[in-house]
Design a protein around this ligand. Sequence first.
Ligand code: NAD
Length: 448
Amino acid sequence: MNPATEEVIATVPASTPADADAAVLRAARAQRAWAALAPADRARLLRRFAIVVDDHLEELAQLEVREAGHPIGNARWEAGNVRDLLDYAAGGVERLSGRQIPVAGGLNVTFHEPLGVVVVIAPWNFPMPIAAWGAAPALAAGNAVILKPAETTPLTALRLAALALEAGLPEGLFQVLPGAGPVVGNALVEHPGVAKVVFTGSTPVGKQIMAKCAAGVKRVTLELGGKSPNIVFDDADLERAAAAAPGAFLDNTGQDCCARSRILVQRSVYDRFLELLEPAVRAVTVGDPADPATGMGPLISAAQRDRVRSYVPQNATAAIRGEAPGGKGFWYPATVLTPATADEPVAVEEIFGPVAVLLPFDDEADAVRLANATPYGLSGSIWTRDVGRALRMSRAVAAGNLSVNSHSAVRYSTPFGGFRESGLGRELGPDALAAFTETKNVFISTEE
Ligand code: NAD
């Protein structure tokens, strides 16, 4: 369904557990042949896949606009991110070197062996990039991949699988099984032929998947929720901090696990910051995602809009409330709330919508205490002109991805992942391929 118009744009059959069985068999066969290919040939095929994605960038972006309601500018970036991930991973195929370790009596070497069949379970908020974060390095390391897209966003995933075949990737190596998480997703997680599960989604489902993986001692990477702080000190460039704050919680209509939705502002500049923030929030244009001037589109579904609404009581006095179109579509206005206490649900639970809270703090210690006062630890930003403070805060905030005087987006070339209940393991960056291998140690005697 197009979330901006509520029009049904395609009907996709839901895969069954029997489909999962057949896909794992096909994947296992394809993986053996793939791992046996010369590394340079595997790299070349992945580069060709990147080129074919690039040739279809606009088509993929338009599909994302219609299926997920993302503004076209974002959607183009997302399709380009898939291309870049494939390119970056392809560069790793021939660099996946083991080590030679000095020992007595022979030669000791290590190999990075592929795991086998890897399952990637993706959410709906960034359907294309998150699918590729798992799939590209897994394929590059010599694995086969089965991707289970979210129920609401299967179309770009299906198109990517078709483009992989067009690029010459072997049949069965990269398969997409759309369908219900608890049905086909669960069948894949429990399947004995699956070696690793890469899950991105909500923390409760991530916990269930980790428990199921434990039963088969399967490898698992979890990228879960967040409730990340945007910490603004009184010595910061307040104009810049206020201008950047809306993007950090409104991008993707707040449906971003890294959204900086807890804006913590030093008490001495709180009023001034709020004054600067209001016009910046109001300046974000909300409307037709296909229009290049649009900054914020709709939420993904009626259910998600209900969830967001449930956090903002009808009579809540918002410090800032933006505009949203009426009529068809799952629209919700940008909203900034000032809860009376920092432990209200709206201030600690992940909302996954365009809603932020503004909370004052007194000093560095207070900022650290507030920043770490949720079960999450995914990302965060620190605004200060004091380099010592920036470093102290960077070490003290319990989160996997921090930025200073910016809200840096996730980059394919740097590691990404969560502390605490935000996840387990790391994706992306120079070590991404290693997470899809087992280290094998071999000793060769030189004794006569
Ligand atoms: P979700 O957990 O409901 O679903 C995620 C995926 O898991 C979907 O493909 C779904 O079909 C599948 N799934 C659901 N139940 C399953 C089961 N029992 N077995 C196997 N698969 C199952 O989450 P969502 O609503 O799609 O996404 C929103 C959530 O994802 C938010 O909480 C957000 O923070 C989180 N998220 C985290 C990151 C990150 O990198 N940390 C990125 C994006 C989204």
